[in-house]
Write a protein of this length. Structure first.
Length: 338
């Protein structure tokens, strides 16, 4: 049964939906029940075009969707709305302002429980998509998956081909090996017996903003012309408030499930079979993206409509960099190419 807190949130989503408008953009927020928890969805659309094509945005490992894609002055949601789309974001269980599993409400975190792997995220996305399609009176939508979210989006499209019109895989990860110089940071700390993912890690990590900023700077490689300093400041503000109950200040709790997925991916072991994907797909990434699988396009063997774009002087966080307008243009062109 839903507890009082969850029931109250559900009633808010039904009767109020927390709607507000900024200029020509209307924003609505919804809490939908999932098992005994709640998933938080955000919708943005133009007040003058309420019947646009629907897009769902799926986040990377680093930051929840409703935060990552709606950074003030760098909002991907807003940029897509101005192109005529009805845009949605979803925070999965254990992220942002959705519910958190018991394993993420404890401090210290329990060992050996890894919430929110991609398989679970696909199930939650299925619940979110069902709500979105009913709410918008559509029978299909497009998906933009960033980083780990690209795996979730592709897995969902394979399982639900009739519900996904177009798929954008941004900074996508499938099966690759990281540069040897960064393996000690992103792979080795998670290694267990026989090089499998360790069974003695906590259910979540507390990740301060400084760590994310360090990773971003690593890809910038000293080329500060790639972005404006204001972008870093705005993303930092959003990141530091993305978790409603952080264990550490200026940090967020990051579920370990996605990290388990990436550990496999970065050891050349895919977590799904991309040869089963048939949805029209755009693969797009920055030339300085050290996380993305730069050979992913060649693995789309059954995708008849496909395109690959490498943006120059861009990193894994290009939606906040100077190439962001190019990204939006490229995505818009692909989604509207009949």
């Amino acid at each position: 049964m839903l507890n009082y807190k969850i029931l109250s949130a559900l009633l808010v989503s039904i009767f109020m939906s927390n709607a507000y408008a900024t200029n020509d953009i209307i924003s609505n927020e919804y809490y939908i029940p999932y098992k005994n928890q709640m998933i938080h969805l955000k919708e943005k659309q133009s007040s003058t075009n309420k019947n646009g094509k629907v897009i769902v945005l799926i986040n990377s490992l680093s930051i929840p969707s409703l935060s990552a894609f709606d950074v003030p002055n760098y909002s991907l949601m807003d940029s897509l709305v101005t192109r005529g789309y009805n845009v949605w974001g979803i925070d999965f269980i254990g992220e942002g302002t959705s519910s958190y599993p018991d394993s993420m409400e404890s401090s210290p975190a329990p060992i050996g429980k890894y919430p929110l792997d991609a398989t679970e995220a696909v199930k939650e996305l299925n619940a979110g998509v069902a709500y979105i399609l009913k709410n918008t009176d559509k029978d299909k939508l497009s998906i933009i998956g960033w980083s780990w979210g690209s795996a979730v989006g592709a897995m969902y499209a394979i399982q639900n081909p009739k519900k996904v019109d177009r798929l954008v895989l941004y900074g996508a990860m499938y099966s690759s090996h990281l540069q040897e110089s960064i393996v000690p940071i992103f792979v080795k700390p998670f290694a267990g017996v026989k090089n499998n993912f360790s069974e003695s890690l906590p259910a979540y990590q507390n990740i301060p903003w400084q760590i994310i900023n360090t990773h971003w700077n690593m890809m910038l490689n000293g080329n500060e012309s790639i972005l404006d300093e204001s972008a870093v400041e705005e993303v930092a503000k959003v990141y530091k408030t993305a978790d409603p109950k952080p264990v550490l200040s200026n940090s967020l709790r990051r579920p370990m499930g996605p990290m388990k997925d990436l550990y496999s991916i970065w050891n050349g072991k895919p977590i799904y079979d991309i040869s089963k994907l048939k949805t029209p797909t755009l693969v797009i990434y920055g030339d300085q993206d050290l996380f993305a699988d730069h050979n992913l396009y060649n693995k789309l063997t059954k995708v008849k409509i496909k395109k690959q774009i490498e943006l120059k002087e861009a990193t894994h966080w290009l939606i906040y960099e100077k190439t962001r307008d190019q990204f939006v243009d490229n995505v818009n062109d692909f989604l509207n190419n009949e």
